[in-house]
Design a protein. Structure first.
Lengths: 359, 323
């Protein structure tokens, strides 16, 4: 009868809703994690080490806390931590570079937490490390003074190598980048003409020649698709983009191809860390100790406020993440061409980290 | 007792005299607030942009417009100004004849069964997001330009300084002009098509009856009738080209300099803003210089808008429409 049928239908509907509600509530409470989520932003150089199957994933496995990272470039990351939009900012350029900007992050400390290098890559059909370049030649290429690959200056340092007569297409980063900072820092160190004409910074406004692309991936793609192109990328992108890097002559007069050992040798010049943690590894001096050093090596920094984050939980989680990266994360990122930090640097970093506390 | 007075006179007086209808009052107030809000928003944007540029305005003044870089390592406006002008005018010059051709085809020449699909396709072109066109530009357009189109143009027309030697990755002012042409062509084409369809049939048939050819009819009747509207459409396209940031920044090569060679890299006001807005550079005037670029862009847009008003009004007056 219709009335009974209606009652049964209503009863079934109520029962179904009750079951769903109970299940949802039950599973909700079972799946609720006690983990804290922190956000970071900045350098695309350190991005492969944090994202993917490396730091963030292992940190989550070890502590249940989540780290989200946006690879937006060193300049943007520094701005983000200054305005407290994130819990930590990552930059390859030290804090002193930003001191005249509207967001200098005056209450921040910088902590070196990884070590890698920036690498010249060229598309002229020569295998990895086959092309030899010196700092002077590289500077002149980027100044627009050397415009073809079979120029006498390049031929002189590449005896017996067949160089094409193609014009050189210079590629650089169009966005604010720590790689640009390291690259131009190196060019300023090896070329007075470069230093006076262009200088070094995260954003260069007057590249003498060439075309700009966004991000390490943009530069890599441009070099890869343009025969005769030369550009610069973080060491991590050389392998993953299947690009051919050039061997660079260091001050000990050896032609070095980038590798973890070469970067680690450059880092050997650090015998004492200054109180503000700012270390430059560009162009290490001539010495048998640094005979195989990569001349464009760089530390990369994490910035955070001395008086902590917005609350105690976020501050402690951020500190725990950085501490974990320093103590457990160094060896796992070697496949990305990061050299492990020396104990001198790790100790200095941990000491600075200890000064950060939530107020 | 109030009566509902439906005369336009009474409807226009919500506050003075007798209130006619509560609904009318609500309408007047809401619409008035919306209009005031729009004016306030525009005023606020202009104020904030000018305020952001104040440091650069006071430090560099109008000299900003004639230098490519300033002494403290900051940018100057010259290359971006010229780049914006060249890319926008170049795109307009390339897109207008093509768009008029498409519009004529769709309104006069095409058989009936083609018109629908082709119109839809042209309008779909307008719907493609600019970042997708930029991506296509990087992956497809730039290699093709560098390998085929630009060398061919240089070898045949190389005596003109516009088509100079091809060096570099192919990211160039020429690539930006192509991308902008693709973006403004559908705008000009759809508006022109509507205008051509709106030409009174008697005028067209009268001309044909007098013995004119198809082309003479188009040139003598359709074009003059639609002239004001087509000019407005071109201005609309120009405005889109001036403000296009993402697609241009992806294909133009981000180079702060200018040369008459279209095949060299350059930059535009909007393109540089898109590239640098999140990390302006470390000179003290870097951020305010970006705002200065935005001020220049705003001035450009307002001037173009004013010119559009003048052109459209003049064309309408010629047609005898009283304003």
């Amino acid at each position: 009868m219709p009335k009974n049928g209606m009652l049964i239908r209503i009863a079934l509907a109520v029962a179904a809703i009750a079951v769903v509600a109970a299940t949802a509530a039950g599973s909700g409470s079972a799946a609720r994690t006690s983990g804290v989520t922190i956000n970071g932003a900045g350098s695309s150089l350190i991005a492969p080490a944090i994202q993917g199957t490396y730091w963030a994933k292992h940190f989550h496995g070890a502590t249940g806390n989540t780290v989200n990272y946006s690879s937006v470039g060193s300049g943007t990351g520094e701005k983000a931590i200054d305005t407290r939009q994130v819990s930590f900012g990552a930059s390859d350029a030290p804090l002193s570079v930003y001191k005249n900007t509207p967001n200098p992050c005056a209450g921040c400390v910088q902590i070196p937490w990884a070590l890698t290098g920036t690498v010249p890559v060229a598309n002229i059909g020569l295998a990895n490390g086959k092309l030899h370049l010196t700092g002077t030649v590289l500077a002149n290429i980027y100044l627009g003074k050397i415009t073809t690959w079979n120029n006498s200056a390049i031929k002189k340092i590449n005896p017996g190598v067949k160089l094409p007569s193609k014009p050189i297409s210079v590629v650089y980063r169009s966005d604010g980048s720590g790689d640009t900072y390291v690259w131009t820092h190196y060019l300023s160190a090896v070329s007075k003409a470069w230093k006076s004409r262009v200088g070094f910074s995260t954003t260069i406004t007057n590249w003498p020649t060439g075309t700009g692309f966004k991000g390490n991936s943009g530069v890599a793609a441009a070099v890869k698709s343009t025969p005769g192109a030369i550009g610069y990328v973080s060491a991590a992108y050389v392998g993953s983009s299947h690009l051919d890097s050039a061997a660079l002559q260091n001050r000990s007069s050896h032609y070095v191809t980038v590798s973890i050992n070469a970067i680690a040798q450059a880092a050997k010049i650090v015998t004492k860390v200054p109180s503000n943690n700012e270390i430059s590894l560009v162009n290490p001096p001539a010495s048998s100790k640094y005979a195989g050093a990569w001349p464009i090596s760089t530390f990369t920094y994490v910035f955070l406020h001395k008086n902590g984050d917005l609350n105690a939980a976020a501050t402690n989680t951020t500190k725990a993440f950085i501490k974990w990266a320093l103590q457990h994360g160094q060896y796992m990122i070697r496949p990305l061409t990061f050299a492990p930090l020396s104990s001198i640097v790790i100790n200095a970093s941990l000491k600075t980290l200890g000064q950060v506390s939530f107020k | 007792m109030s009566t509902f007075d439906a005369t336009s006179d009474a409807a226009r007086r919500p506050f003075k005299g007798r209130r006619t209808h509560f609904g009318d009052l609500i309408l007047q107030v809401t619409a008035g607030l919306a209009a005031a809000g729009a004016i306030f928003l525009v005023g606020m944007i202009i104020y904030k942009v000018v305020e952001g540029a104040r440091l650069s305005l006071s430090t560099f003044g109008l000299g900003f417009l004639t230098h490519t870089s300033e002494i403290n390592g900051d940018i100057g406006g010259k290359a971006f100004l010229i780049g914006t002008a060249v890319t926008s005018i170049g795109a307009l010059a390339l897109a207008t004849p093509l768009a008029l051709g498409v519009a004529l085809f769709l309104s006069e020449l095409a058989p009936g069964w083609i018109r629908g699909p082709v119109t839809a396709l042209v309008e779909t072109l307008a719907a493609i997001p600019s970042v997708v066109i930029g991506l296509w530009g990087i992956i497809v357009l730039i290699p093709n330009l560098r390998l085929h189109v630009m060398p061919a143009l240089h070898s045949t027309l190389g005596f003109i300084p516009l088509f100079g030697p091809v060096t570099g990755t192919g990211a160039s002012i020429f690539a930006a002009i192509i991308v902008l042409t693709i973006m403004i062509l559908p705008i000009i084409a759809s508006i022109s098509r509507e205008l051509f369809l709106g030409v009174p049939a008697e005028l067209k048939e009268g001309a044909l009856a007098l013995g004119t050819t198809r082309w003479e009819m188009v040139r003598g009747v359709v074009f003059p009738f639609a002239r004001g509207g087509v000019a407005a459409a071109m201005i609309l396209g120009l405005a889109r080209a001036l403000g296009e940031a993402i697609a241009v920044s992806m294909v133009i090569g981000a180079f702060n300099g200018f040369s008459w060679n279209l095949f060299s890299a350059g930059d535009t006001l909007a393109g540089r803003l898109a590239n640098d807005y999140s990390s302006p550079g470390t000179a003290p005037t870097a951020t305010s210089s970006l705002f200065y670029l935005a001020v220049i862009l705003l001035v450009f847009s307002i001037v173009v808008n004013l010119i559009a008003q003048v052109i459209v009004r003049r064309a309408e007056r010629r047609q005898g429409l009283v304003r």
